[in-house]
Ligand binder design. Sequence first.
Ligand code: NOJ
Length: 770
Amino acid sequence: MRAPIILLLAVQASGQALISSDTAFYGESPAVYPSPNATGVGDWEDAYAKAVDFVAQLTLAEKVALTGGVSSGNGCAGRIPAINGTDFPGLCLSDGPAGIRGTNLVSSWPAGNAVGASWNRNLTKLRGVGMAKEFKAKGAQVALGPVVGPLGRIANGGRNWEGFSNDPYLAGALGADSVEGIQSVGVTASTKHFIANEQEHYRNPSGNVAAVSANIDDKTMHELYLWPFQDAVKAGTGSIMCSYNRLNNSYGCANSLTQNGLLKTELGFQGFVVSDWGAQHSGVASALAGLDMAMPSGSSFWGNNLIAAVNNGSVPESRIDDMAIRILSTWYKFSQDTDFPAPGIGMPSRVSGPYQRIIGTSPDSKEVLLQGAIEGHVLVKNTNGALPLKSPQLISLYGYSARTFDRYAWGTPGWNNGEEARSTADTSTTQIASNGTLFTGGGSGGNMPAYLSSPYEALSQRAYDDGTHLWWDFQYNSQNSQVDQGSDACIVIGNAYAAEGADRPGLHDDFTDNLILNIANQCNNTIVVFHNAGVRLVDQFIDHPNVTALIFAHLPGQDAGRALVSLLYGDTSPSGKLPYSVPHNESDYGALKNESLPVGIYANFPQSDFSEGVYIDYRAFDQQDITPRYEFGFGLSYTTFGFSGLAASVAAGANTDAYPIQPIVEGGRQDLWDVVAQVSADVANTGSVQGAEVVQLYVGIPNGPIRQLRGFEKVLLSPGESGHVTFDLTRRDLSTWDTEKQEWLLQEGEYQVYIGSSSRDLPLSSTLTI
Ligand code: NOJ
C-alpha cells in the first residue's frame, strides 16, 4: 500500500510532526479525535439551548433514530422519522441546488454555473429565497445545496455545472449568498460535497475497487478547496454533506481530519454533517470521525448497531448526544418547530392543503428567474455589429438545443431533470443532449420546470410581436441544412451535456462544430449559442469570418428562451462574465483535463494527486503563460466602460500582526474577517446604452499565484454615469496558509493590486505594502 511509504518518507525527510508537514497530507489523513461537540456559539445560542433540553428527554434509541434515514415513499430524497410523543415531526431532505427536485408546481432555477456567470450577489441571494420558498411549500426542511464542491479542478468534471465557479473566492461568495437566501426563509441549506469530490468516475467504490482518493496537501486544501466551505459555514449553513470520494485515502464521511479537524474545530461548524447518499462505509469509525446523519438509510451501519456500539463502549453516548443536538438545534434555529408545513406534505406531487400554490410564478420569483437566466449568459464574441439585432426581417434558426423536447415519461409524475433533453440515440459517448433545450443538467442537480421557454418559442413570440419572419430547421442531420440568403441573421443553438455519475467525454464535439460550420459557410451573420454544462471549446469554428457572435448561455433554467431573446434584441445588455477560463485547446489543461483512473499497483485504490496545488484554471494559465481563448472573468456588453481612480491602502487602525489572535467563531478565527486593507476605484459607462459592469479586483499576494480574485461588484450604469466601488480586503483575503503554525499568515511586503473587467483586462494597478 502506498500511504505508509509516503508516511515514512515524510518522517525521514522532515523529522517534523506529521500534522504540520505538507507531505503528510499526500495519501495519509492524520487522525483528529475526539469529535468536537457543538457549543452554541453566536446566534446558535437559543437553538442550541433548546436542543440540549430536548435531547436530555430522549432515550438512546430515540436519539439514534434522529441520525439515520428511513425510506420515505413521499418523494423526499431522505427522511428522518418523527419522535412519538414529542413535537418533532421528522425531517424531509430534498435535492437540489437548482430548485426542489422530483415534484411538480415548482421552478427550475438557473443552475450553479449560470449563477456563477452572473457575478451578482444580490440576485444570488434572491434566487436562494425564491427556491427555498418552494422547498418550504413542499414540506422539505433541508435543501441539498448549494454546491461549492466540486470546485471544478478537472475540466471534464461531470458536476462542475452544479457549482458556481472554479475560483474559490467567487464560489465562496455566491455560496454564502445562497445559504443566506435559503435560510432566511427557514429552510436549512446543506452545502455540499465536503470535500474534493472533483470527479465523478470512481466517486464510489465498485466491486473491489475503492473510491478515488483525492490526495491534497494542507496548503492547497485551505487556500482552494476548503475556502468556499469556510464562507458557507461563516454564513451559517445548517448542514454540510460529506462526499463520496476518499480524501487522502480516508473516506469523506469517516475522515476525522476533515470533519472533526477542519470543519468542527477550525471552522467552528455548529450544524450537522449528513452523508451523501450511500457514502457511509463504516459504523463506529464514521461516528467517531464526526458524521452526524446517515442517508438514505440509518440501518446499514447505524440504527441498532450504533446502540450496540454505545452499550459496548465503542462510541461514547456523548457523541450520539452531539449528533442529536446538532440536528435539532438546526431545526430550532430556522424556527422549523413553529412555522413549517408537515415534512414532505407536497411531495412527490400536489396534495390539497394551505401550502399548495405555484410559487415559481409569483411576481417576485418570476423576476428573479428571468433576471437570473439573463445574467447567466456571457457574450464573448460580437463582431460586425451583429448584436443586438436591428429590426431583422428574417431570422433563420438552427440547432437541437433551440426547441423544447417531448416530455416523455421518466417516472411519475413526469420529467424530472435535464436528462430528458437527451435523445434515446445519445449514448454516454456523445457530448450533447440532442433532444432539445438543455435548461439544466442531469442527475440530482436537475429538476422539473413549471414551464419551459425554449429559444424557438421565445423567438416565435418575438417574431409575432415585431412582424419578423422566422425560419427554422432542427432536423437532426442539420449539418446539411440550407440557408435562405435573405436571412439577416442565422442563429445556431447547441449544447454541452453533463450529468451526475459520469465525467464528460470531451470539451467539444465534431457534430455540433460541423453544424455551425455548415451554417457559417452559407450565412455571413452566424450567431452561435451554447447551453453549456461546463467549459465548451470553440477553436474549431470561432475564427470563421461569418461567425459574428458567440454566447455561452450556461444552464439558464425555465426562462432560457425568454432570457436569450431579451439579450439578442438588446432589451437588456449582456452583463455575464465567465466564471472559468475557456482555453484554445484541451492540451492547455495538461493533467487537469481528465479525471484520474485506477492504474498499476493502485488499480484497486485509485489515486488522484492534486500535485498542481492551487494552480487550476486561470492561476495555472497565468503561471504557465498560456493565453486562453477567453479568460476568466471575461464577458462583453453592448456598452463600454472606463476605469479610473484606483486607491489602495491599509485600513485605518488595522492589526497587521502576522497571525490571528482571536477566538474561533462560526467560520473560523474571528479576526480572519477583520478588514486589513481597502481598495477603491471608479467605473464609468462610456458607451451609449445602459449596462452593468462587474468590477473585478485581483491581488498578487507575496509568495502566491500571480493574481487571485479578491473582490467583485456588479454596477448598473446609464450612459455617462459613474460609480465608485470600494472593496474591503480581510485578513484571510491577504494571507497564505502556514502549514507549520496551522494558521493563516498575513504576508509582509508588497502586494500587487489590479482592477478591471476580467482577469486579463486590468487597466488599473497599484501596490499595497503590509
Ligand atoms: C447523490 C448526490 O451526490 C447528492 O448531491 C444528492 O444530494 C444525493 N444523491 C441525494 O439525491
